[in-house]
Design a protein around this ligand. Structure first.
Ligand SMILES: *[C@@H]1O[C@H](CO)[C@@H](O)[C@H](O)[C@H]1NC(C)=O
Ligand SMILES: *[C@@H]1O[C@H](CO)[C@@H](O)[C@H](O)[C@H]1NC(C)=O
Ligand SMILES: *[C@@H]1O[C@H](CO)[C@@H](O)[C@H](O)[C@H]1NC(C)=O
Ligand SMILES: *[C@@H]1O[C@H](CO)[C@@H](O)[C@H](O)[C@H]1NC(C)=O
Ligand SMILES: *[C@@H]1O[C@H](CO)[C@@H](O)[C@H](O)[C@H]1NC(C)=O
Length: 520
C-alpha cells in the first residue's frame, strides 16, 4: 500500500506538474523539422562526440547503439534529435526498452558528451550498468535544460562544475550510487525547477546556497543518508509542489515556514529523526494531496486543522509519539481521504468521535437519535491500531468503500454493532486486543469480502454465528482469548484453521477443537 501510494503520487505529480520530456522533444521536432528544404548533414563535431559516447559503452543489449553507424547522425541514429536548420544535436534520449531487467548498457558516460555544445536535453535512463563518475565535462553544455541520468550505476560525487549549467531546469540523478554532499554550486542555477536525487548515498546537509533555488517545484531527496535540519528556506519556494525528504536522517523540528507553501501537493518526511510538534498551521496547506510523516519522533497532538484539508487523500502519521485525543470535527472532515494511518502512537480519545468527524451525514443527523455514520465511498483504508483509544464502534449507515479497518491494540469497549455489516466491502477487519463485549453479530455473515478477520483478545461472549459458513473467502481468522462458547461453524474455512485461532475461550468445540458434548 505504501509503495503503490507513493508511486501513484509521484506519477500523478509528474503528469500534472511537469512539462515532460516527450512534450519538449515533440516541440523540438515540430518547431524545427517542419519545412521541406533539405536538412544540413549532421555536424561532424557532434557526430564525433556521439561516437565518443558509443566507445565508452562496452555492452549494449538495447540495440540502440547498433543504429549509430554511417554519417547521418541526425536521421538514422536512434535517440538522437537534431535541429533541422543547423544539423546540430539538441537532444539525446537513451532509455532501456522493457523488460528493463534484460536491456541495459554497460560502460561509462564519456566526457566527450561535453562536446555536444547545442545539447538541450540529455537523458540516459534505466541503463542499469552505466557506471563510474558523472563527467565534469557536462558543465560545458550551456544550453542544457534537462539532465536525466536516472536508474544507472553512477557513483562518486556530483561534480561542482555542474553549477555552471546556467540553463538547467530539470535535474534527475535518482537511482544511482552517487555519494558525498550535494554540490553547493548548484545553488547558483537559479532556473532549476526540479531536483531529484532520490535513492542514492548522498550525505550531509542541504547546502545553504540552495536558498536561491526559488523556482523549485519538485525536490526529491528521498532514500539517501542526508542529515541536519529541514531547511526553513524551503518555505520561500512559492512553486514547490512536491517535497520528499523521506528515509534519511533529518533531525530537529518541522519548520513552520513549510505551512505557507500553498502549491504543495505532496509532502513526505517519513522515516527521519524529526521531533517536536506537527506545526498547528499545517491545515493551511490547502493543495495537499498526500502527507506522510510516519516513522519519526513527533510528539504532541494531531492539529485539528488537518481535518480541513479538502484534497488530502493519503495521510500517514504512523510510528511517532503522538498523544492527545484523536482530532475531532463536526463531520465532513477530509472529504477526499482514501487512506489514513494513525497507528503506533499514543493517541487517546473516542473511536466514535473519529468516525463522526469523517461521517458525511452529520448535517442531516436526527437530533432525537444518535446519527448513524456514513463514510465516503472513497475511504478505503483506516488504521488506528496500537494507540490508547477508547469509546465504542458507532452505528454505520453506509461505508461500502472501506476495505481495511484496523482498530487493534487499543482500549475500545462497547459491542460490535450489528450495522458493521454495512461496511460490506471490508476485506480486513482487525478488532483484536481491545475490550469489546457482547456477542458477535450474525449480520457479519453478510461481509462476504472478508479475507482477514481478527476478533482475538476481547471480552466477546456467545457463539460464533453458524451462518459464518458463508464467509468462504476468509484466509485468516482468530477468535482466540474471548469468552465464546458453542460449536465452531463446521465448514471450511472455519473448521480448517489452526486450533490456536479458537483457544482460550470459555467452551468452544468442534473442529479444529475437540468435538462438542452431546448435551448441546
Ligand atoms: C504508514 O507508514 C508505516 C510505517 O512507515 C507503514 O508500515 C504503513 O504501511 C503505512 N501505511 C499506509 C496506509 O501506507
Ligand atoms: C543568492 O542570490 C543573491 C542575489 O543573486 C546573492 O547575492 C547571494 O549571495 C546568493 N546566496 C547564496 C547563498 O548563494
Ligand atoms: C531507505 O534507504 C535505504 C538506503 O539509504 C534503502 O536501502 C532502503 O530500501 C530505503 N527504504 C525505503 C522504505 O525506501
Ligand atoms: C428522527 O427519529 C425519530 C425516531 O426514530 C423519528 O420519529 C423521526 O421521524 C426522525 N426524524 C427525521 C427528520 O428523520
Ligand atoms: C444469520 O443468522 C441469523 C440468526 O439465525 C439471521 O438473523 C441472519 O439473517 C443470518 N444472516 C445471514 C447472512 O444468513
Amino acid at each position: 500500500m505504501q509503495l503503490s501510494a507513493r508511486l501513484l503520487r509521484v506519477l500523478a505529480f509528474l503528469l500534472a506538474a511537469l512539462p515532460s520530456y516527450a512534450d519538449s522533444a515533440a516541440a523540438i521536432g515540430t518547431a524545427r523539422g517542419g519545412d521541406d528544404s533539405p536538412s544540413p548533414p549532421c555536424s561532424p563535431a557532434d557526430r564525433a562526440a556521439l561516437l565518443g559516447f558509443k566507445a565508452g559503452v562496452s555492452v549494449d543489449t538495447t540495440g540502440i547503439l547498433a543504429t549509430w553507424a554511417g554519417s547521418d547522425c541526425c536521421g538514422a541514429w536512434e535517440g538522437v534529435t537534431c535541429d533541422a536548420a543547423t544539423g546540430r544535436v539538441v537532444g539525446l534520449q537513451l532509455e532501456a526498452p522493457p523488460p528493463k531487467s534484460r536491456h541495459y548498457m554497460q560502460g561509462a558516460l564519456s566526457p566527450s558528451l561535453g562536446g555536444l555544445e547545442f545539447l538541450e536535453s540529455l537523458v540516459v535512463r534505466d541503463m542499469a550498468r552505466i557506471g563510474d563518475a558523472i563527467p565534469a565535462a557536462l558543465s560545458r553544455l550551456p544550453r542544457l535544460r534537462q539532465l536525466y541520468l536516472e536508474g544507472n550505476m553512477l557513483s562518486g560525487p556530483v561534480p561542482g562544475s555542474l553549477g555552471g549549467l546556467r540553463s538547467l531546469q530539470y535535474l534527475s540523478l535518482a537511482g544511482n550510487r552517487l555519494d558525498g554532499q550535494l554540490p553547493p554550486e548548484l545553488g547558483a542555477v537559479s532556473g532549476l525547477e526540479q531536483i531529484n536525487v532520490a535513492r542514492n548515498r548522498f550525505s550531509g546537509a542541504v547546502p545553504p546556497s540552495y536558498v536561491n533555488l526559488s523556482r523549485l517545484a519538485y525536490l526529491d531527496l528521498g532514500s539517501n543518508l542526508f542529515s541536519g535540519a529541514v531547511p526553513g528556506f524551503l518555505g520561500q519556494f512559492r512553486n514547490l509542489a512536491l517535497l520528499d525528504l523521506s528515509n534519511n536522517s533529518f533531525s530537529g523540528e518541522i519548520p513552520a515556514s513549510l505551512c505557507t507553501l500553498h502549491s504543495l501537493t505532496d509532502l513526505s518526511l517519513s522515516h527521519n529523526k524529526l521531533g517536536g510538534h506537527i506545526p498547528p498551521q499545517m491545515g493551511t496547506l490547502r493543495s495537499l494531496n498526500s502527507l506522510a510523516m510516519d516513522g519519526n519522533m513527533l510528539v504532541g497532538s494531531i492539529p485539528a486543522s488537518l481535518l480541513g484539508l479538502q484534497k488530502l487523500w493519503y495521510m500517514n502519521l504512523s510510528g511517532n509519539g503522538l498523544s492527545g485525543p484523536l482530532p475531532t470535527g463536526a463531520g465532513n472532515a477530509l472529504p477526499s481521504m482514501v487512506s489514513m494511518d494513525l497507528s503506533h502512537n499514543r493517541l487517546t480519545g473516542d473511536i466514535d468521535q473519529l468516525f463522526r468527524s469523517l461521517s458525511t451525514a452529520a448535517s442531516h443527523g436526527n437530533r432525537t437519535t444518535t446519527p448513524q455514520i456514513v463514510l465516503a465511498q472513497k475511504l478505503e483504508h483506516l488504521d488506528v491500531s496500537k494507540n490508547k483509544i477508547t469509546g465504542a464502534l458507532p452505528d454505520f449507515a453506509r461505508g461500502a468503500g472501506l476495505r481495511w479497518l484496523d482498530i487493534s491494540s487499543n482500549a475500545i469497549g462497547g459491542q460490535i454493532p450489528s450495522s458493521i455489516s454495512k461496511l460490506s466491502g471490508l476485506e480486513r477487519l482487525d478488532v483484536s486486543r481491545n475490550r469489546v463485549r457482547g456477542t458477535i453479530p450474525a449480520s457479519m455473515a453478510e461481509m462476504v469480502r472478508l479475507r482477514w478477520l481478527d476478533l482475538s483478545t476481547n471480552e466477546l461472549v456467545g457463539r460464533i454465528p453458524d451462518n459464518f459458513t458463508r464467509l468462504t473467502g476468509v484466509r485468516h481468522a482468530s477468535f482466540r482469548g474471548n469468552r465464546l462458547c458453542g460449536q465452531i461453524p463446521q465448514a471450511r474455512p472455519f473448521n480448517l484453521f489452526r486450533a490456536a485461532a479458537y483457544e482460550h475461550n470459555l467452551c468452544l468445540c468442534g473442529k479444529p477443537l475437540p468435538p462438542c458434548r452431546k448435551i448441546r
